[in-house]
Design a protein around this ligand. Structure first.
Ligand SMILES: C[S@@+](CC[C@H](N)C(=O)[O-])C[C@H]1O[C@@H](n2cnc3c(N)ncnc32)[C@H](O)[C@@H]1O
Length: 256
């Protein structure tokens, strides 16, 4: 699984206690390395906010039982997605699209957030994975709220366009094609709708020049992610940000 870690922006070993006379700065014993500190905060966040309930845990186990890769959305990123979609207050009959279903972990998160009457169209090109995802939605009692489409995302998206405009899209598949999925989103997400992209820190490498990579597939992946982020950041029809979680979660709202 891609883990979730908060990014620290202040000196991590200092605890400020402004309520006391003047500013008292206390130095506490702290995990030495940044990695350990981030792990401690990640553990704390998951213990406190409990992003994985028994239904999602079952999805993880189902994926494992089917020898599927453990690459679902980070636990805390999934929870963030759910909270934000709920916060958006989409009305009944809101519809979202997901690119990359895997075993249905993030699909369950999104379908729950959309609520009764909402609908998620999720796309998966591996028919075996799609079947596992269907089982996950069935077991979660969400089969009426989710349609699993089998096929290449670019082709399925074209077919889905006639059902739009949509309230949001979660993009979590082949990184080199994120700009292609964004082309679609620019045309098919309504004003007020959201565009979410997972792994947009490019596994820690998005800041690099794609030409730094020897392997072509990495060059394409980093270049796709950089283009996705930059285009959303610069498009006056969207307001976009990137949540600095371990994997990076880009989110944008269409404003006009
Ligand atoms: C990172 S996983 C998705 C994880 C899932 N969103 C979750 O969090 O539970 C990416 C999935 O996208 C699928 N995929 C990759 N490229 C695709 C494409 N071009 N069209 C459709 N599915 C694709 C892969 O088979 C894989 O199951």
């Amino acid at each position: 699984m891609y883990g979730w870690r908060p990014v620290l922006i202040s000196p991590p070993h200092l605890l400020y206690r402004p309520a006391l006379t003047g500013m008292v700065v206390e130095t506490l014993p702290y995990p030495e390395s940044l990695e350990d500190r981030l792990h401690a905060l990640e553990d704390y966040s998951e213990r406190t906010f409990k992003p994985v309930d028994s239904v999602l845990q079952e999805v993880v186990e189902r994926a494992h039982a089917h020898n599927m890769p453990d690459i679902h959305v980070g636990n805390m990123d999934g929870l963030t997605l759910e909270v934000i979609i709920r916060m958006a207050g989409y009305k009944k009959a809101s519809t979202m699209v997901e690119v990359g279903a895997l075993a249905g972990f993030s699909g369950i998160v999104i379908a729950r957030a959309l609520g009764p009457g909402g609908h998620l169209h999720t796309i998966e090109f591996n028919p075996d994975y799609a079947e596992v995802a269907r089982e996950s939605f069935r077991k979660a009692g969400l089969e009426d709220r989710v349609t699993v489409h089998i096929g290449r995302a670019s082709q399925v998206l074209e077919q889905l366009a006639e059902l739009g405009p949509f309230d949001g899209i979660f993009i979590d598949a082949d990184k080199d094609n994120y700009p292609v999925y964004l082309d679609w989103a620019e045309k098919n997400i309504r004003v007020g709708g959201g565009v979410f992209g997972d792994n947009t820190f490019g596994f820690g490498h998005v800041w690099r020049d794609p030409e730094d990579f020897e392997e072509q597939h990495l060059r394409s992946a980093i270049s796709g992610l950089r283009s996705f982020n930059a285009r959303l950041a610069d498009n006056p029809n969207f307001r976009a940000t990137i949540l600095p979680t371990d994997q990076g979660l880009t989110m944008a709202v269409r404003i006009k």
